[in-house]
Design a protein around this ligand. Sequence first.
Ligand SMILES: Cc1ncc(C[n+]2csc(CCOP(=O)(O)OP(=O)(O)O)c2C)c(N)n1
Ligand SMILES: [Mg+2]
Length: 326
Amino acid sequence: MSAPIGRDHGLDLLRQMVLIRRFEEKAAELYSVGKIRGFLHLYIGEEAVAVGAMQALTPEDNVVATYREHGQALARGIPPGAVMAEMYGKANGCSRGRGGSMHLFDIERRFHGGHAIVGGGLPVAVGLALADAMQSRAAVTACFFGDGAVAEGAFAESLNLAALWRLPVVFLCENNLYAMGTALARHQAQTDIVRKAEAAGVPGEAVDGMDVLAVEAAARQGAEAVRGGRGPRLLEARTYRFRAHSMYDPDLYRPRDEIERWKASDPVVRFSAALRAQGLLADADIAAMEASVAAEVDAAVAEAEAGPWEPVEDLLKDVCTPPVSR
Ligand SMILES: Cc1ncc(C[n+]2csc(CCOP(=O)(O)OP(=O)(O)O)c2C)c(N)n1
Ligand SMILES: [Mg+2]
């Protein structure tokens, strides 16, 4: 793992990854007892991507994510209680209980979803960047999407327009090798995502997505280039989800030894080891961090439990549909 790092920054990165990990382990538990319903896609194993990439952004920048977005939401600073309450479907959730796990949203933090449609966030990101360019707002839009999205027309169209109009987007592909049960090589003739981006006129780079510092460095570089007005960039973070696609997936398509191999480079374990090796982390620090994260997750659950349901009479509020005549 890369270069020396300041202790405070190192502990902050580690804490954020641990928070995502423990938050999601709790979410899985709550799903199995029916507290959280609908779909639930866990990010466990991929934490270094969201946490590393988010370091390159300012509060003025925009974030667009997919349905596997709890990590991005927490790393962007949406309070864990608001995320948990959203997963419960409660009115104190960050999308007022209307979105659930796949549609986290927070306009204050410029977190523009949570998109359940594969590739659906890409044109939204281009639109946000176009709006910023037209209003001379100096902001970057970070757009997270999976390897599965490169098969969508929206990928080619979005990269093309962003390149053509030199829009300030950092396209962040989280390549975890699978789109549900389909491996990248089964649906793409060209599996090199950086080459695909370059073909659309977007310079790209691949990075080890299990190394939080490497992701941070690459994202900072990418965001800096984009801020400099040189048009969009793509970052392909090579990563792996340790859990199944969603809670419904029996995960029969991935070889066990492949899963074990990737687990050996667990981003949380690897980064703790790197901090220890540099003398920046002791057993007591880990214990204290785990205790404070556990308390934060417990508080998030309590907030979700205590939250109100939306009153039935409000159900048609903000719903875009013509009035029903009786
Ligand atoms: C347009 C569209 N097609 C199909 C689906 C069904 N679907 C949901 S998730 C998914 C896999 C996407 O994989 P990837 O983009 O690699 O993201 P990951 O789940 O690996 O994070 C598919 C095909 C969908 N939601 N939207
Ligand atoms: Mg994938």
